[in-house]
Design a protein around this ligand. Structure first.
Ligand code: IMP
Ligand code: MG
Length: 179
């Protein structure tokens, strides 16, 4: 385990089997649809790459880069689109792929923004969910694991851009994010 972590939440094996489960579910739900998977960079990149290979359907990929201001562990709720989708999603079945839903502010903003473009359907798949921190109603349609209010890193999740490449998910020791 990385020395900055106090515990492992999910091992590589647990992550892999959860991703497979989600892939099976999505594959069965989107038969015959025009699926566009939208990855939210950068956090979702690792989950996204694993998940799309477990979805046994024709699909298209697109990406958005979203940023909340600053490097704080507590998102401000102010969302900026740093990179928008390349393609029109009108009439498509859009599935947003995120790393984690915390307050729900990012996805709530994003869903409103994408809904206005007229997709046939719009759903959310998040690998992690921290429902105890929610500030707005936001229930992911597909979800990997629920976690308590702890700061998770690894498998794409960062603190100040670090730890994204850890192949497992762990909890950062408070001394590395408190100031
Ligand atoms: P929300 O808008 O509060 O739901 O925040 C969503 C974003 O905050 C995620 O996409 C992450 O980038 C970040 N975030 C929230 N909780 C964590 C965490 O425990 N570890 C790493 N990033 C987190
Ligand atoms: Mg982040």
């Amino acid at each position: 385990m990385h020395e900055h972590l106090c515990k492992i939440l999910f091992s590589e094996q647990q992550i892999q089997s959860k991703v497979q489960e989600l892939g099976v579910q999505i594959t069965s739900d989107y038969q015959g649809k025009e699926l566009v998977i939208v990855g939210i960079l950068k956090g979702a990149v690792v989950f996204f790459a694993d998940l799309i290979r477990e979805i046994k359907l024709p699909l298209e990929l697109d990406f958005m880069v979203i940023s909340s201001y600053g490097m704080s562990t507590r998102a401000s709720g102010v969302v900026r689109i740093l990179k928008d989708l390349e393609k029109d999603i009108a009439g498509k079945d859009v599935l947003i792929v995120e790393d984690i839903v915390d307050t729900g502010l990012t996805l709530s903003y994003l869903k409103d923004n994408l809904r206005a473009r007229g997709p046939a359907s719009l759903k959310v798949c998040s690998f992690l969910d921290k429902p105890s921190r929610r500030k707005v109603t936001l229930d992911p349609d597909y979800m990997g694991y629920t976690i308590p209010d702890e700061f998770a890193v690894g498998y794409g999740l960062d603190f100040a851009e670090k730890y994204r490449n850890l192949p497992y998910i762990g909890v950062l020791k408070p001394e590395f994010y408190e100031n």
